[in-house]
Design a protein around this ligand. Sequence first.
Ligand SMILES: N[C@@H](CCC[C@H](N)C(=O)O)C(=O)O
Length: 273
Amino acid sequence: MNRIPFWKMQGSGNDFVLIDHRRSFISDGERAGFARKVCAPKFGVGADGLIFLESSATVDFRWRFFNADGSEAEMCGNGGRCAARFAYLHGIAGEKMAFETLAGVIHAEVLDRRVKLELSPPHGLRLGLEIPLSAKTWTGHFINTGVPHVVLPLADLEAAPVTEVGRAIRFHSLFEPAGTNVNFIRRSGFRELQVRTYERGVEAETLACGTGSVAAALIASRLWGMASPVVVHPASGETLKIYFDAAGDIFRSVFLEGGAAVVFQGELWRDEL
Ligand SMILES: N[C@@H](CCC[C@H](N)C(=O)O)C(=O)O
């Protein structure tokens, strides 16, 4: 297939190319390179990630999610909302659906232009991690909300060294071999947070990260007793809502709600990418 139909979507400013791949035409070995080409700004469409929607034997569909650098990620919260809305608008699923990811089965509900996802249970919580970097030792908190996240509370978020320190922690030996995403957070209200994220696989700050926003809310609940629902403002200025039940270190019924918008649709000219 040389002309490949795609949709460009964004969820809170995290942007994705989505392809209906139920009749598979890109082989496993080609996916990483294809994702790099499609996500490249200027030469491709330009996006933080590429999503293939594929058939599932058990639920509505399954996906394969690739970061802009061609690495495959287990989960993506903003991309998950876009995939759910794409599936709904293409008649692949109804308003309520379930889809397979490498992080488990995700449940989703399309609420017009917003989507509410129920994530698989977070795990791996580690509070008060000392992370030594050359200039200073940072204290961070780790949790896996589908993908790995470090959360660093900071008073002055505008001045946060997201790129420099984010990248150093992302590649720190403490988090090898998988690496981690890195979120700088600030409490901005009773149940509100501002979050800036350095994303693994994009290797830059993005405008928002859904699983990172969930990680921030769960860490805020453990550190400061912040109760559900927590409103998160990512760098894009959009609003994400996080719901959860907390019992000590265990989090259940974790939901992420936010927008999922179709930006444009087109055809990729595969031979010319
Ligand atoms: N932006 C996503 C997370 C995508 C995966 C991440 N870059 C990783 O490799 O861990 C989100 O909204 O959750």
